[in-house]
Design a protein around this ligand. Structure first.
Ligand code: ADP
Ligand code: MG
Length: 687
């Protein structure tokens, strides 16, 4: 074996070779580190070896010698029966369609087998058990007589192969597994060192409590979960230090102007909105650049908070930029900004990618000479040729739609503007701080008063039911959304379905039906939205372009067609489009599959946080709702509910390390973290 560091190609690890290398590559395992960090997804208790006479129905392990081998080659399926014997009795190990077994096992061989004991044709036998010869003197048995790890596999790989590869890598690289986290920082928290933690995570000690092992609760496993969070937190801390070391703008608090802006609103801010505004103003005052995440469930009223911050920036003589992930949402923000900021005499404009060239030129010129106070737009705002005279505040709406890199890029525009990013992704505070750890965090945790509960139902079958609901809605003078799925891979047929749905509705309801989808020209999209807001159309047939942000208080019916094709967070966002006024709203999840689990989650819960918990339960760790776009590699181990104390533990360890004031520790951590995350950040194109 070649003797390099942990980054050597797996094909040099004992037992792997080119064939298995290909299979492991398919699982994203390329180097020794990848292999060592390919953690078990479960464990199985094979500690107890039963006497053959004790075997009962179910899974168990037995050991003995081969008494006899019988082949039934002419039956279909073919069958080999290996009769295993110990001092208490005999039992057949039955293998179907595996004639080779008769060639590799001989009478008298010592064998250990784990499998499912079944009772059939009047006898007990093992059906296709996992087995191993015990003839290699001193060979460590990885598959029996212990708590064995269970890995995710691909075709061609077996559990026992995977166990062997990992075991070989562990034995070979044992002395090369370094721990960049100093012992002094780990010991107080009962966290073992990396080497032993890795070994025991793959191969738990036999005396370990099985339940703890399966829940990833042994100290060894916890250490591995811990470091996943620790390195990420450390990475963010370093970024944050970089940001805070820059010089930003110190805004004065223009109370009078802010008061007059708020007084003109048709509602009073909720206590939550007021609190987060205080936090934002404190950041704006400070001369360190603001970099703040504003979280709040769908409909909690983040937009007005952002505009209030924009008012303060403009009154200080700066420009504010508000960016949204879609043209439709950006345009809506633009319309809102125009009406809310009108009485303040602010100059507001709208910029997007496919705009007419002459309009673009006019706008960029005015951004450059400072005539525009507030610019709203898509990510076109941050193209190279867009220059601001005095950019003071950047607001990014629905930030989970943008990658980390994109966010970083925006912050680089102008003279280090203050940055406020907004997201409806409902994740626990501690997790938000881990995933978006370079930002400070504010949360709106209450809904505006007077919101009515939305009635959600799952419906299938006759479309007449949908038509009747639309009719009732129109008769009450209210409006309806009808949303069709549009998935990239099946875009053509999806678009057809939406268009033909639209035609059907038009036949029924005539000109009050409008259509909006991503393939339409910008001007057409905006026109379609305008018509809907002005109630010239009252039914809006749409694909998911309306998913984020759209805000029309008159809409009280949301029909989601083929609802089972949407993800939970999409469904939550879509339903969030209704129930915005003071009228009762109704959401119909229309589907051929009324048993779909996600639909029932949406029916049961309206709170985004609870939906996120369910989403997590259904999908498992690594794919926390809305974080797919965070640009971070997915978590391998961290489970935001099981391991919710981890971020805090990690903070504590960080504290101990800081007290050590040891330069070489910091260097080691810096390079480890750089290796882990520094390279993985890529610009993410979302639009
Ligand atoms: P989101 O947080 O999902 O972006 P919006 O900012 O679009 O939510 O707000 C949803 C709706 O609630 C808007 O129509 C907005 O005008 C309204 N709204 C915001 N704050 C309040 C409040 N304090 N009281 C009543 N309505 C409010
Ligand atoms: Mg919004």
């Amino acid at each position: 074996m070649q003797d390099d560091g942990l980054d050597i190609d797996i094909q040099y690890i004992k037992g792997i070779g080119p064939y298995n290398k290909k299979l492991l590559n398919k699982k994203g395992i390329h180097t020794a580190v990848d292999l060592l960090e390919n953690f078990p997804r479960d464990y199985e208790d094979r500690r107890r070896i039963l006497k053959i006479s004790q075997v009962n129905l179910g899974t168990c392990t037995v050991a003995g010698r081969v008494f006899d081998i019988n082949e039934f080659r002419h039956q279909r399926p073919t069958r080999v029966e290996v009769i295993l014997e110990d001092d208490s009795g005999r039992i057949p190990l039955v293998f179907f369609n595996q004639n080779y077994i008769a060639k590799v096992i001989s009478k008298g061989d010592p064998i250990v087998a784990t499998g499912n004991a079944e009772f059939n044709y009047g006898r007990l036998f093992f059906n296709n058990p996992d087995w191993e010869k015990l003839d290699d003197a001193g060979k460590v048995n990885l598959n029996h007589g212990r708590i064995v790890p269970v890995y995710g596999l691909t075709e061609g790989l077996s559990q026992s192969k995977m166990r062997t590869f990992i075991y070989n890598a562990l034995t070979h690289f044992k002395d090369k597994i370094e721990d960049p986290i100093p012992k002094e920082a780990l010991e107080p928290f009962d966290l073992p060192e990396r080497e032993i933690a890795l070994i025991r995570t793959h191969f738990p000690k036999p005396e370990e409590d099985l339940r703890a092992v399966r829940e990833y609760a042994t100290q060894y496993q916890k250490r591995m979960v811990f470091e996943e969070i620790f390195y990420l937190q450390y990475f963010w801390k370093r970024r944050k230090q970089e940001i805070k070391s820059q010089h930003g703008i110190s805004f004065a608090l223009k109370s009078e102007g802010i008061e007059s802006f708020l007084a003109a609103l048709p509602f009073e801010l909720t206590a939550s909105q007021k609190r987060v505004l205080e936090e934002i103003f404190a950041d704006m005052k400070s001369d360190m650049p603001m970099n703040r995440l504003l979280q709040g469930d769908v409909g909690s009223g983040k937009t007005v908070v952002a505009f209030t911050a924009a008012v303060n920036a403009v009154l200080n003589g700066y420009q504010a930029a508000v960016m949204a992930p879609t043209e439709v949402l950006a345009h809506q923000h633009y319309v809102k900004a125009c009406s809310m900021l009108q009485h303040l005499d602010f100059r507001v404009e709208y910029l997007f990618g496919k705009q007419k060239k002459s309009d673009k030129e006019r706008i960029t010129e005015k951004l450059g000479n400072g005539e525009i106070n507030v610019i709203v737009g898509t990510h076109a705002l941050f193209q190279e040729n867009v220059n601001f005279r005095r950019l003071g505040l950047v607001v990014i709406d629905e930030q989970h739609r943008f990658g980390v890199e994109q966010r970083m890029e925006l912050m680089g525009k102008g003279n280090r503007p203050d940055t406020l990013v907004m997201s409806a992704t409902p994740i626990p505070r501690s997790v938000a701080m881990t995933i978006y750890g370079d930002m400070d965090y504010s949360v709106i945790d209450e809904m505006p008063k007077g919101r009515k509960e939305i009635f959600t139902e799952i419906a299938s079958g006759d479309e007449e039911y949908l038509y009747s609901k639309i009719k009732e809605t129109l008769e009450r003078g209210e409006s309806a959304y009808v949303v069709y799925p549009l998935i990239e891979e099946t875009e053509k047929s999806d678009l057809k379905a939406a268009e033909s749905g639209y035609e059907h509705l038009r036949k029924r309801f005539g000109d009050s039906t409008g259509l909006l989808h991503g393939r339409m020209k910008s001007a057409e999209k905006i026109e379609a939205m305008k018509k809907f807001f002005d109630k010239r159309t009252r039914i809006l047939v749409s694909t998911t372009v309306i998913e984020v942000g759209i805000d029309s208080p008159d809409a009280t019916l949301m029909i989601i067609v083929n609802a089972e094709r949407f993800g939970l967070s999409q469904l939550h966002q879509l339903r969030g489009r209704i129930g915005r006024g003071d009228k009762l709203s109704h959401c119909i999840l229309y589907t051929d599959n009324p048993k779909n689990e996600r639909l029932h989650v949406i029916k049961r819960h309206t709170d985004g946080f609870k939906i996120s918990i369910e989403d997590f339960r259904i999908r498992g760790p690594g794919e926390i709702m809305g974080t797919a776009q965070s640009g971070l590699p997915p978590f391998k181990l961290f489970d935001m509910f099981r391991d919710r104390e981890m971020p805090e533990l990690s903070e504590k360890v960080m504290g101990v390390i800081a007290k050590l004031e040891d330069r070489s520790t910091v260097d080691k951590l810096d390079s480890t973290v750089e290796e882990r995350y520094g390279k993985k950040f890529r610009f993410k194109e979302v639009l």
